[in-house]
Write a protein that binds this ligand. Structure first.
Ligand code: FAD
Ligand code: SF4
Length: 510
C-alpha cells in the first residue's frame, strides 16, 4: 500500500523532535534517507566530513528502526543507487507512490531546489516545514532584515537575547554588559596554554568503522585523513561532549577564544559545531546548560556570554542571511578578487608556517577553530585576492561541520568581505603581527611579521598593504577603515612601490 507521507530525513536533519515527524504515524508513513556520492563530490569533500554524515545517518536510522519506524534507506554502495538526492527521491516516488512528501527546510539551497523540482516533476505534493531546531524563524529574520538599512550582528543578538530571555536579569544583560568581546582576546604566554583537557573522544564503533572502510573505498583520492576521527555521531554522544565541554573547557573559553597554538586544534573550544549542524544537539539545550554554569558560578560571564553569542548570535544570524539573500549571495565578489586558490590549500605544503600548521591540521582532523579559519586561511585568501567562490568551495569541502547555510555567509560575508559589508562592518584585514600576537606560529617561521619587503618579508604583512592599496577606493566608504587607510597614506611612494613588487612575487609563488 502507498504510504500516506514520505518523510524525508537528510544527513543534517538527524533529530526525532524535528517538525518532519509532527503528526507522523509509524503505520501509514515511510521515512526516506539516502547516502549519495553527489554530496561528497559536488565539492571535493574531506573523508572525515563524509564519514561523519554517513555514520550519524546510519546510527539515526538504527534508532528509528528500534522505535518501529518503516524506513527506505539507500546505502552508498547499493548497486542501484543513482548517487544524487534528486534521482534517488525520484526513484523512491516511483517505488512507493506516496500521497505527499514531508520535509524540513534543507541546509543547502541547491538541495532544496533539487528536491522541490523532483517532487514537482512527479506531481507529488511537497510540504516544507519550518526548522524548529533554530531559535529565529526565517520569516522573522526576513522581516527584520527588510526593516533595516543595515544588518549588524550586535543588534540582532541583543534582540535574540531579549526575545528568548537569555542572559538577562530584570531585563538587563547579565553582568551589566551585552558583549564581553574585549575580554575574549587573550593570547597564551610563551609557555603555551594552561592545563588543557582535550575534548571527550568517541572512538569509532562498528558502524563508523564500516563507513570509514566504505569511504576509503569509494573516495580514495579525496582529501583528508581518518586517523583522528573521534567525533560524536549520536545524540547521546553529543550530549556527553557538551557536558564535558561545560565542565572542563567553558571556564577558560572566553579568555582564550581567539588564541592559537601549534599542535592544539581544539584548545578551549567546544567542538560541538558538527553535532549542532547535524541536529544531534539542540542549540536551546546548549545555551541552557551554559547559562546554568554562570548561575552556579562554574564559569565567568565573559566565557558564558562569549559562547552563547556564537550560538544565539552568529549561528542564527548567518542562517538568516543565507536564506534571505540566496541564491545571488553565493556569487558576490564585491572586491573583484581574481586569483585562483593556491594549490597548497589542499596539501599544507608551504613555507608559511601559520598556513602550513592550520591547513595540515585541517586535513588531519577536518577541524580548525574559528580564528584559525578567519585569521589564517581566510585572511590569506582575502589579502591575496582569491576568487570568493573558490575559497568558499574549499571551506565547504574540508570541515566536518560544513553545511552551506553556515559556511557560505562565514566565507563570503565575514571572511572575504565579498558581500560588500552586508554581514560585517569591515574586512578582517590584518598584518602578520596579528598572527604573531595570537599564536606561536611565527616563532618557527623563516619570515618576519614586522617586515613587508625584503627576503624575510611576511606574506601577510606584504599583502595587507597591497590589499589596502588595491582596494583603497572601495574601502574609503567604510568608516571603520579610516585608521588603516590613514596609516597607508603615511607610506612613502618608494615604500609603496617596493611593497607592490614584493606582493607580485608572493602572488606568483601562490
Ligand atoms: C571562513 C569560516 C568558515 C566557517 N565555516 C563553518 C562551517 O562550515 N560550519 C560551522 O558550523 N561553522 C563555520 N564557521 C564558524 C566557526 O568557525 C565554527 O562554527 C567553529 O570553529 C566550530 O568549532 P567549535 O564547535 O569548537 O566552536 P566554538 O568556538 O566552541 O563555538 C560554539 C558554537 O558556536 C557556533 N559558532 C561559532 N562561531 C560561529 C560563526 N561564525 N557562525 C556560525 N556559528 C558559529 C558553532 O555552532 C560552534 O559550535 C566558519 C567560520 C569561518 C570564519
Ligand atoms: S611570519 Fe608571517 S607567514 Fe610566518 S607564521 Fe608568522 S604570519 Fe605566518
Amino acid at each position: 500500500m502507498s504510504p500516506r507521507n514520505l518523510i524525508v530525513v537528510l544527513g543534517d536533519q538527524l533529530n526525532r523532535e524535528s517538525t518532519a515527524f509532527d503528526h507522523a504515524c509509524r503505520e501509514s508513513d515511510l521515512v526516506w534517507m539516502a547516502e549519495v556520492a553527489e554530496e561528497s563530490t559536488h565539492v571535493w569533500s574531506h573523508k572525515a566530513r563524509t564519514v561523519l554524515f554517513l555514520s550519524a545517518m546510519r546510527h539515526f536510522a538504527q534508532s528509528l528502526r528500534k522505535e518501529g519506524w518503516k524506513l527506505d534507506y539507500r546505502a552508498l554502495d547499493d548497486p542501484s543507487n543513482a548517487q544524487s538526492l534528486a534521482a534517488e527521491l525520484a526513484s523512491a516516488i516511483q517505488r512507493h507512490r506516496p500521497q505527499k512528501i514531508v520535509m524540513v527546510q534543507a541546509g543547502d539551497y541547491r538541495v532544496q531546489q533539487a528536491l522541490q523540482q523532483t517532487a514537482a516533476a512527479f506531481n507529488c505534493p511537497l510540504e516544507i516545514r519550518e526548522d524548529r531546531h533554530f531559535l529565529c524563524s526565517l520569516a522573522w529574520f526576513r522581516h527584520y532584515a527588510a526593516e533595516r538599512k543595515q544588518l549588524r550582528l550586535e543588534f540582532f543578538y541583543r534582540e535574540m537575547r531579549r526575545q528568548h530571555g537569555i542572559l538577562l536579569h530584570d531585563g538587563q544583560p547579565a553582568g551589566g554588559r551585552w558583549n564581553y568581546d574585549a575580554a575574549n582576546r587573550e593570547a597564551f604566554s610563551s609557555t603555551g596554554p594552561p592545563f588543557l583537557s582535550p575534548p571527550r573522544s568517541f572512538p569509532p564503533d562498528t558502524v563508523t568503522r564500516q563507513v570509514m572502510a566504505l569511504v576509503e573505498k569509494q573516495f580514495p583520492n579525496h582529501p583528508g585523513s581518518l586517523n583522528h576521527f573521534d567525533f560524536p555521531v549520536t545524540a547521546q554522544q553529543a550530549e556527553q561532549a557538551l557536558d564535558d565541554f561545560i565542565e572542563k573547557r567553558l571556564p577558560l573559553f572566553g579568555r582564550y577564544q581567539d588564541a592559537m597554538w601549534t599542535g592544539e586544534p581544539y584548545l578551549f573550544h567546544s567542538r560541538l559545531s558538527a553535532a549542532l549542524n547535524l541536529k544531534l544537539l539542540a542549540p536551546r539545550q546548549v545555551i541552557q546548560v551554559a547559562e546554568k554554569a554562570l548561575d552556579h558560578g562554574h564559569a565567568p560571564v565573559e566565557s558564558v556570554e562569549g559562547f552563547i553569542r556564537q550560538i544565539l548570535g552568529w549561528r542564527e544570524y548567518v542562517r538568516g542571511i543565507y536564506w534571505t539573500f540566496m541564491p545571488e549571495y553565493a556569487q558576490r565578489n564585491a572586491l573583484q578578487a581574481q586569483l585562483p586558490l593556491p594549490r597548497f590549500y589542499w596539501t599544507g605544503e608551504t613555507e608559511y608556517r601559520c598556513l602550513g600548521e592550520v591547513i595540515r591540521q585541517t586535513l588531519d582532523y577536518g577541524f580548525a577553530h574559528h580564528i584559525q579559519r578567519l585569521m589564517v586561511t581566510g585572511l590569506y585568501a582575502l589579502l591575496l585576492g582569491v576568487i570568493p567562490q573558490q575559497i568558499h568551495e574549499w571551506y565547504l569541502a574540508v570541515y566536518v561541520d560544513a553545511v552551506e547555510w553556515v559556511e557560505l555567509p562565514n566565507v563570503i560575508g565575514m571572511s572575504q568581505f565579498a558581500d560588500g559589508g552586508l554581514m560585517a562592518s569591515k574586512p578582517y584585514a590584518a598584518t602578520g603581527k596579528y598572527i604573531q600576537r595570537m599564536s606561536n606560529y611565527c616563532a618557527g617561521c623563516r619570515f618576519d611579521p614586522l617586515q613587508a619587503t625584503g627576503p624575510k618579508a611576511c606574506p601577510f604583512t606584504t599583502l595587507y598593504w597591497d590589499f589596502l592599496m588595491r582596494n583603497r577606493d572601495r574601502l574609503r566608504r567604510i568608516p571603520r577603515m579610516e585608521l588603516q587607510l590613514r596609516n597607508l597614506a603615511r607610506l612613502s611612494t618608494s615604500d609603496r612601490a617596493a611593497i607592490r613588487r614584493q606582493a607580485e612575487l608572493v602572488k606568483l609563488s601562490g
